[in-house]
Design a protein around this ligand. Structure first.
Ligand code: PLP
Length: 398
């Protein structure tokens, strides 16, 4: 089979690949705790399930508007106004098959060969590959563990060039959990105002999973002059534990939204009508469960951060949001396993932890090594057992 050059430039999603490998080992009888995938372990809220069942019972079955039903766009419009202080017209909103598709649509609609997409490291695995598939060139802006993986506005300014089309801002971040305050976003905005041709992707997918006292801040609200060139992305996957239902949504300038809908009309068309009804139920229903879940994630964060950073050779900043811990593992590189293998990369470290019954994702997949990412959206007992296995495995290294 002759495959395209574009498909040859990208990697399969490392997180999904490791999740599949862990499931395969489990099916073969191995006891594996998977801390690999970014998936809430709660069920969707009853408001979503009831709405989906009602939609099925009503016989909903047909295509909807490509950009999503009016009812869902109205619910999204109300959400952006209520929670983010962002006012969008219905024609400035699009509903997509998962948040992923909104990014895909946006890059397909705007990138020409060689156009650059600025992505701070460590990054969520899909941004660079989606840019590459759209003919773009990812350009990475480095952050360091010493700086808590926070992006320096000067580094941002220094990385913007004549071909830069997008700046990708993800807060709370997958994979580090860092969460930018309004003041930090203000500093980025000051840089971005100097570059009127640059568009901003504000990926707010983890908005509702935050541990600080500050209100959530998103850049189009912090600096309204940027709203006309910002795509604000969110969705049902993480907030409502609806990863498999595949509903994302985004607000942005009308021309961009229209172009994204055009791309979507020639690929998937509308997201599942049943999932859209479920998302209306979730967005308009009781949201009290969000705080309970947030507090639950916070207890797990505290547990996993304390246990992992107490292990000699491992380090991690305290995450302020999302449900990931990004663990620096410089102290393990060069050491030798009981079987005599030397750990030379973070991929070796992840493979060796898998042998010891814990699936994590190596840092190279996120563009910052040597490190690995832990997802702590698993039951506390499993999390504690996974920490015990990591402690024992590290203690066995020569
Ligand atoms: N953005 C970030 C930062 C994510 O971590 C994810 C999923 O892992 C997405 C977007 C996409 O979410 P969805 O599952 O809705 O496509």
């Amino acid at each position: 089979m002759r495959l395209s050059a574009a498909i040859g430039r990208i990697q399969p999603s490392a997180t999904l690949a490791i999740m599949a490998r862990a499931a395969e080992l489990r099916a073969g009888g191995r006891d594996i705790i998977s801390l690999s995938v970014g998936e809430p372990d709660f069920p969707p809220p009853p408001s979503a399930c009831t709405a989906a069942i009602a939609a099925i019972e009503r016989g909903e079955h047909a295509y909807t508007a490509v950009e999503g039903t009016r009812a869902l766009r109205e619910a999204v419009q109300a959400k952006f106004a209520r929670e983010n202080g962002l006012q969008y017209g219905l024609d400035e909103l699009i509903v997509t098959t998962g948040g992923k598709q909104a990014i895909w649509n946006a890059f397909q609609a705007t990138l020409d060969d060689g156009d650059e997409v600025l992505i701070p490291t460590p990054y969520w695995v899909s941004y660079p590959d989606m840019a590459l598939l759209a003919g773009g060139t990812p350009v990475f802006v480095q952050t360091t563990e010493a700086a808590g993986y926070r992006l320096d506005p000067h580094a941002l300014a220094g990385a913007i060039g004549p071909r830069t089309r997008w700046f990708v801002l993800n807060s709370p971040s997958n994979p580090t959990g860092i969460t930018y305050s309004a003041a930090e976003l203000r500093a980025f905005a000051d840089v971005l105002l100097e570059h009127p041709d640059l568009q901003i992707l504000s990926d707010d997918m983890y908005e509702h999973i935050r541990y600080g006292d500050d209100a959530f801040a998103t850049i189009a609200a912090v600096e309204p002059r940027l709203k006309g060139r910002t795509l604000t992305l969110n969705g049902a996957s993480k907030a409502f534990s609806m990863t498999g239902w595949r509903i994302g949504y985004a607000g942005g300038p009308r021309d961009l939204i229209r172009a994204m809908a055009k791309a979507q009309s020639q690929t998937t068309a509308n997201p599942s009508v049943i999932a859209q009804e479920a998302a209306v139920g979730a967005l308009t229903g009781d949201l009290g469960f969000l705080e309970e879940r947030r507090a639950d994630y916070q207890r797990r964060r505290d547990l996993v951060h304390a246990r992992i950073t107490a292990i000699p050779g491992l380090s991690a900043p305290l995450p302020e949001g999302a449900f990931y811990l990004y663990v620096g593992c410089t102290g393990l590189i060069g050491r030798t396993t009981p079987a005599g293998a030397q750990l030379t990369t973070d991929e070796d470290v992840a493979a060796w932890l898998l042998e010891n019954g814990v699936a994590v994702v190596h840092g190279a997949a996120f563009g910052a090594s040597p490190a690995f990412r832990i997802s702590y959206a698993v039951a506390p007992a499993q999390l504690a057992e996974a920490c015990r296995r990591i402690e024992a495995a590290v203690a066995s290294l020569a």
